[in-house]
Design a protein around this ligand. Structure first.
Ligand SMILES: O=P(O)(O)OC[C@H]1O[C@H](O[C@H]2O[C@H](CO)[C@@H](O)[C@H](O)[C@H]2O)[C@H](O)[C@@H](O)[C@@H]1O
Length: 263
């Protein structure tokens, strides 16, 4: 696994050259594990102040457009970041709030969810809400089933995959979490959608996309992005990723954002 640590000088120089050559940088960031260190309670997982400080500066620069893409609910994501003049995508992009759009965009609004899929979703929710060792987060567009321990995670995932097999929902294992969300949309499609909207609105031709993310749902971006800079935030896991570069943790992300400010 020959991944490049972005905070090493050669890598940084490579990235800075690309930034200098572009008229505009579309900077996309995931939230949990990228800007905010993991906490047992999601309500206590705040962005690192050092990262927020740099984001506030970048937001003021004409060169940058800031976009946040998270598995969290849109309202939750906005509450945690509290940044004005930036684009937000919550629920893995199933709810998108663009600064220049009149309304919230729901990419799968037209998709009909059959009775059987709805029923199963509610049953699974109720079932895990009652179980010790689990915490269920209902985000409307999906469930996050948080696990205290990963001991039985594989077995639970297998069971849920079987249950949701012929439904409108997909089951995605993460770090001590299992996400159940609507099929047909992901963070990769979200980034593509937001990029197209910005490019059309600002008539951009010479732009650079940078995406930073830390988990399996961010891999959809790393795999789908045709051009741009992809950065994996490793945290405590290994370097199994399609991203080109890596950073150690949210503190390293804050350092990288500072480098962007200074470029
Ligand atoms: O797309 P992200 O911004 O990375 O969000 C993914 C999920 O993150 C949250 O859960 C994770 O972070 C929590 C806070 O540190 C932690 O308690 C939990 O164990 C992690 O799985 C969030 O609660 C989910 O809704 C997001 O989908």
């Amino acid at each position: 696994m020959n991944k490049k640590n972005l905070l090493e000088l050669t890598q940084l120089a490579e990235v800075k050259d690309k930034i200098t050559a572009a008229d505009k940088v579309l900077l996309f960031l995931d939230y949990d594990g990228t800007l905010a260190p993991f906490k047992p309670d999601p309500a206590q997982a705040y962005p690192l102040p050092a990262a927020l400080k740099q984001l506030e500066i970048l937001q003021q620069l004409d060169k940058y457009t800031l976009n946040f893409v998270s598995g969290r609910k849109l309202s939750d994501l906005k509450k945690m970041l509290k940044l004005e003049g930036v684009n937000y995508a919550g629920s893995h992009g199933l709810e998108i709030d663009l600064t220049f759009a009149a309304e919230i965009i729901y990419p799968l609004a037209k998709q009909k969810i059959d009775q059987q899929s709805r029923k199963l979703y509610q049953n699974v929710k109720k079932n895990y809400e009652k179980k010790a060792g689990f915490r269920v987060e209902d985000k409307g567009f999906g469930l996050a089933i948080h696990l205290e321990t990963t001991l039985n995670q594989d077995k639970i995932v297998t069971d849920l995959l079987q249950k949701f097999k012929s439904t409108k929902y997909q089951v995605l294992p993460g770090r001590k979490v299992i996400e159940i969300r609507l099929t047909g949309w992901d963070k990769g499609k979200t980034v593509e959608y937001i990029k197209d909207e910005i490019v059309a609105r600002d008539k951009l031709s010479n732009y650079l996309i940078i995406y930073l993310g830390d988990d399996s749902t961010d891999e959809d971006v790393f795999c789908q992005l045709e051009q741009g800079i992809t950065i994996y935030i490793k945290n405590e896991s290994n370097l199994k990723t399609a991203a080109e570069y890596f950073l150690a943790d949210p503190a390293a992300v804050a350092d990288f954002l500072k480098e962007l400010v200074e470029t």
